[in-house]
Write a protein that binds this ligand. Structure first.
Ligand code: ZN
Length: 375
């Protein structure tokens, strides 16, 4: 089958992942399509189910031996505002050298391109394996990649993640840490402060501590390769209290930190606990929930794959502000670069598209990459 008809079938499978359970779908249909195609081509196909029975990862391997190359993509998409689309998000519309559809660019389009590149090697004996990896839930919890890192597979020397990077190798990105701080006091009549414990006043102090910590982190860490060269902290949402004449009984803050490479998620979480949990001294109860912690990614100075990808694309490695599954594949001991067709600017928005002109050059890059890593 050709690239566009394959992509049409992938796009027709709704594989939205969302923290909103009403929108969240499985990715099984996408995984099964890929598994069937790859099985027919002679790949050894392994489905790795996740806890949620609607979801799975796929590891498809051609050839065997040490080393080798993983071509990796996520099979889920973000939700879409269908009423804002001019095209049907669940089918492909081809117009003026663009393919429109939900996930064409981020990143179902990568799979038929990778399969097309793999076809060039079906009759050649690979000395090192070529592995196509398809993951679940990248857009929400990274559950697919986390499960793989835990299971210790797949293993190869190199891994390319085909996220939309405009075919430029991405060698660094920031991490994401999402935290929820809950402060529980007790409410009472506002006329007598002794009748309760004001959670909002403790939250006020806690926010002061957080902003000081942000300043401290920004003094300590900078990386000029990033557009935003400092680690950031955003206080995103706050809810608390109900009426001016009642002591505020509960207050909750959601905030996010985007750490630079070199900053450890676990250490940041520990430091936040050290700074925030002692506020129980105010007579309130304090809890800090770690909602999400994607590590930052740095391919590292010794990465051979960075050199290979820079030579193949003619672009130097770059740092970006979005997070990917790269740190999890790094944890598996692979040399990882993020490099794919399409542009992140077209992702996560109505009328997402992929330029058809991006397809053949990406196939060529992957053919050369497979040749270097697997023959
Ligand atoms: Zn993506």
């Amino acid at each position: 089958m050709q690239i566009v008809p394959m992509l049409r079938q992938l796009i027709a499978c709704n594989s939205i992942s969302s923290v909103n359970a009403a929108l969240d779908q499985g990715n099984r249909a996408v995984i099964e399509l890929l598994a069937n195609w790859l099985d027919e081509l002679g790949f050894n196909v392994e489905l790795v189910p996740l806890d949620d029975p609607r979801k799975a990862n796929l590891i498809a391997t051609l050839g065997s031996g040490p080393g080798g190359l993983v071509l990796s993509g996520h099979t889920d998409t973000v939700p879409c505002d269908e009423q804002l689309w001019q095209h049907n998000p669940f089918s492909i519309t081809e117009r003026q050298d663009k393919l429109y559809g939900l996930g064409v660019c981020d990143m179902k389009g990568f799979f038929p391109i990778a399969i097309e590149a793999a076809r060039a090697f079906l009759d050649k004996p690979l000395r090192r394996p070529l592995i196509l990896l398809a993951t679940a839930d990248e857009e929400t919890s990274m559950a697919g990649a986390i499960a793989l890192a835990k299971a210790g597979k797949p293993k190869a020397r190199y891994a390319v993640i085909g996220e939309p990077t405009g075919m430029k190798p991405i060698t660094m990105h920031k991490g994401i840490l999402v935290e929820k701080l809950q402060i529980k006091g007790s409410s009472g009549h506002s006329s007598n402060p002794a009748l309760g414990r004001n959670a909002m006043e403790t939250m006020h102090k806690a926010i002061g501590v957080l902003l000081d910590y942000r300043y401290q982190l920004q003094q300590q860490y900078q990386n000029p390769l990033f557009d935003i060269s400092l680690p950031t902290m955003n206080l995103g949402c706050i809810h608390g209290g109900d009426n001016p004449n009642r002591i505020c009984g509960d207050c909750e803050l959601g905030f996010e930190i985007r750490p630079l490479p070199g900053m450890e998620i676990k250490a940041l979480q520990q430091e936040l606990e050290n700074k925030l949990l002692p506020f129980t001294d105010d007579g309130v109860s304090v809890s800090l929930q770690h909602m999400c912690g994607v590590p930052p990614f740095d391919a590292g100075k010794e990465s051979e794959l960075v050199n290979i990808c820079e030579a193949l694309t003619g672009h130097a490695g770059q740092a970006v502000n979005f997070a990917t599954e790269a740190p999890y594949l790094s944890q598996l001991g692979m040399d990882v670069v993020v490099l794919g067709p399409g542009n992140i600017d077209q992702a996560h928005q109505p009328d997402e598209y992929l330029d058809t002109g991006a397809i053949n050059p990406m196939v060529d890059v992957l053919v050369q990459l497979i040749g270097r890593c697997c023959l």
